[in-house]
Design a protein around this ligand. Sequence first.
Ligand SMILES: *Cc1c(COP(=O)(O)O)cnc(C)c1O
Length: 383
Amino acid sequence: MIPYGRQWISESDIAAVDAVLRSDFLTQGPCVPRFEHDLRRVVGAKHAVAVNSATSALHIACLALGLGPGDALWTVPITFVASANCGLYCGASVDFVDIDPETLTMCPLALREKLARAARGEGKLPKVIVPVHFAGQSADMRAIHEAAAPYGVRIIEDAAHAIGATRTDGRVGDCRYSDVTVFSFHPVKIVTTGEGGAAVTNDPELARRMELLRSHGITREADEMRNAPAGAWYYEQTTLGFNYRLTDIAAALGTSQLLRLQEFIAAREAIAQSYDAFCAAQNLKRQKQVTGEISARHLYVVRVEQGRRNHVFDRLRDRGIGVNLHYIPVYRQPYFADMGFDPKAFPASEAYFDEALTLPIHPLLSSDEQAFVQSALEEELSR
Ligand SMILES: *Cc1c(COP(=O)(O)O)cnc(C)c1O
């Protein structure tokens, strides 16, 4: 099966991990701070907190922003469930803002209207919103920020797909329009640490809270303690935290992978451009790319007209092509459906869900494999 995504591990990645295995520290050594330093430089944020997954990063970002019972978090339906679950972990309620039908990211107009309705008492204003940089393309962060700011809504960017991506006015991760940006280093994403994630921010207070939450809520800093340290052995737990730490083994892999970020994105872009030409020739609809911005090209999704998608999907799978569907709208998951969402409230997400088909894209996809995917799809579409 040609996978829709996979990691690309080099000999130098292996050497970097090997060196950690031969060193004194498998975790809590020098590699995590080094990886955080490299991340800050790559994405242009002042602080980085590396953790064991993007899911953990979303959780501690929500907690650091004070999200709790009685609060609400809004995200988009077309995302991985983790973008919504972080709100539930904190005891908050979750609601959704529809996507833009062309860019497939949070629709700023839908957000504006939903906020205005909530402010009038029709619904509940969110404390936090989580726009998602779908498939590697930044959401319209300036417009989202402008819509959210009048209500004091805090913003966490879910950039699980989008390390290395840019906006016309900055880099994904520079947090110009948000409080926190979250990345994933799962093997199908752009850069991998095995499992891993990070939260970046320009706010030193938020960074410090997230560091505490990552490691049991424990501090060894005297100025953060309630009592005077009774000795060098003394530490205090000042809040309820978790063990969300990244290992040094994983961080070393991350540092090594980050060196090739531009290579990964260039390889993905070349594949995407070949698909773009194919789509134009086949009259296939695809995600609109925003001019002047770089997408990390995590996913390549085409639209197959209603009613034929499932058939085409099955036929391509039968032929060894690992097509996929990103994503089932989160409100359709049984766990969320029980909360009483009406799919008709999200027409763009519903239309997308009926037609979406993810084609394989990853840096090791050969041109022969891509040609095979394209000719198989062309055949199935013409049946
Ligand atoms: C993969 C993904 C996550 C979760 O990442 P993990 O590192 O696996 O926890 C969150 N949000 C989106 C949009 C994702 O694609």
